[in-house]
Design a binder for this molecule. Structure first.
Ligand code: HEC
Length: 209
């Protein structure tokens, strides 16, 4: 009787050890997986904050605003993999004269802001069609200056885009006018190296597909 009782006691002890080992293993696995999910949550929150900062810069519809001494409508943003992006604006007066699929009208003025990050703006680049030719210029964001000239060094990168009137972002402009929404595109290359024309097709426009 006593022997039996002792055996049972020993057996119960092993069961206890076994159970606590399982509990420990579960707890350990839980700690590991929750630390993983914390880092996953971290990376999602960075993505969300990036998105919200871009959203802040992009009004939901195409509206002209007083900017650099002109009335300009923001039509597109091209982002780069290094986090920099460029915002393109067209002068309000040319909007009515724009014909989809046709070259831009004489007098059309395009203003492009360069941003190294959401709070670090660089030079403003401009181009205007005058006498059927593009003239180019640039200025510091706080000193608007609309002096423009024919420039081979500016035109160099724009020259391979004759189908869109030497204006890489013309498809974004046309989609923005059609949808009344600011268009976004992504170019997977560094600096100002142009991407292939497909990169400048609107990303999220229902009408474009
Ligand atoms: C190294 C190539 C390169 C050179 C040189 C260059 N650009 Fe551009 N430009 C681009 C690219 C690429 C875009 C389209 C936006 C993007 O991908 O970031 C663009 C777009 C523009 C736009 C917006 C309208 C459009 O054509 O889509 C303006 C305005 C502009 N450039 C002005 C200038 C001016 C002014 C100069 C000379 C000071 C210049 N660019 C020189 C590559 C260049």
């Amino acid at each position: 009787m006593l022997v039996r009782f002792r055996l049972r006691q020993r057996w119960l002890k092993w069961v206890g050890v076994f159970v606590s080992a399982i509990v420990f293993a579960i707890a350990l696995a839980h700690t590991l997986s929750s630390s993983e999910s914390i880092s996953a949550a971290d990376s999602t929150s960075t993505v969300t904050s990036n998105q919200s900062s871009t959203q802040l810069l992009e009004p939901s519809s195409l509206q002209a605003q007083a900017k650099y001494d002109r009335q300009l409508a923001h039509y597109g943003t091209v982002s780069r993999r290094d986090g920099s992006f460029r915002q393109m604006f067209i002068d309000q007066t040319s909007i009515a004269a724009l014909q989809p699929g046709e070259p831009l009208p004489n007098g059309a003025l395009i203003v492009m802001e360069t941003w190294y990050s959401p709070d670090n703006a660089g030079a403003v680049f401009i181009k205007q069609k005058q006498g059927g030719e593009w003239r180019y210029g640039s200025f510091n964001p706080d000193r608007p200056d609309y002096q423009m000239s024919f420039s081979g060094s500016c035109h160099r990168c724009h020259a391979p885009f004759p189908d869109t009137d030497y204006t890489l972002t013309k498809p974004l402009l046309e989609a923005a006018l059609r949808t009344q929404q600011v268009q976004t595109a992504y170019c997977d290359r560094a600096g100002r190296t142009p991407c292939a024309p497909e990169a400048y097709l609107p990303e999220a426009s229902p009408e474009a597909s």
